[in-house]
Design a protein around this ligand. Structure first.
Ligand code: MLT
Length: 246
């Protein structure tokens, strides 16, 4: 059996054909989503705009909480921000609508022409990689980036994921594995800059912004590797994109 591993460095790239896609937004959307399920949350509805989140809450009812960020901070009228540490400390709601500056739109982009979409971060890296290996042979990792620009921490983490996929695939019967240029580039970055993901994230542009906003501890939390086996996945209920976990 042959596996192909690909990394798209930005959501705006022409995406190759994949039968499973992993979306990484290390700081902090994919970590927030993973932590939501780790803390007992059941379902998240990802949307692109804050207005959509308010509209969805009005349709579905107030038991749906609003979660996310703009400029790193909780938008006015929202119940939760996008700090996974705060979520862990305060407890997760059962159901929420989530919108973040880059992560939620990257997740929706990943769903174009691909039925199997997973949300991955450092904390659930190994679990999601194994799930992907069992779900498809053409696996694409989509780095969320920031405001349309390359994010070093996302791509370095994607490189770590490629390394994990290469190690895991033979255990599921891979006899051949091929890397695209994007995957080779991401893995090279991980191998040359890693393995101190915390230092990389602290130095990154987004990391420096989060430190300025007082979220330094979030960066430590987001860069812990293989802490949970939660695998968030995108599904569609009555045409509405929803994230559930297994
Ligand atoms: C994003 O989607 O861009 C991030 O999650 C932003 C953040 O939490 O700081």
């Amino acid at each position: 059996m042959k596996y192909t591993f690909d990394v798209a460095l930005l959501p705006s790239e022409n995406l190759k054909k994949h039968n499973c896609r992993l979306v990484i937004d290390l700081l902090r959307a994919s970590t927030q989503i993973t932590t939501f399920f780790d803390c007992g949350g059941s379902i998240l509805l990802p949307v692109t705009e804050t207005d959509e989140a308010f509209e969805l809450q009005e349709t579905l009812g107030n038991e749906w909480k609003l979660m996310g960020e703009r400029g790193g901070m909780k938008p006015k009228g929202f119940d939760f921000g996008n700090s996974p540490l705060e979520l862990q400390q305060n407890g997760a709601p059962q159901q929420a609508v989530i919108t973040t500056s880059n992560g939620t739109s990257a997740i929706l982009r990943a769903a174009e022409n691909c039925a199997e979409v997973r949300i991955v971060c450092a904390r659930n890296a190994e679990a999601v990689c194994w799930d992907a290996i069992c779900s498809g042979t053409e696996i694409g990792i989509l780095a969320a980036g920031r405001n349309g620009e390359f994010s070093m921490e996302d791509v370095v983490c994607a490189g770590m994921l490629v390394e994990k996929l290469l190690a895991l695939a033979p255990k599921n019967g891979a006899s051949e594995m091929e890397l695209t240029d994007g995957a080779i580039a991401a893995m090279s970055l991980w191998q040359s800059l890693g393995p101190d993901l915390t230092a990389i994230a602290m130095e990154s542009e987004h990391g420096r912004i989060l430190q300025g906003l007082g979220f330094t501890n979030d960066i430590f939390f987001c860069t812990e590797i293989d802490m949970t086996a939660v695998v968030p996945q995108l599904s569609f209920t009555q045409g509405i994109p929803a994230i559930i976990a297994h």
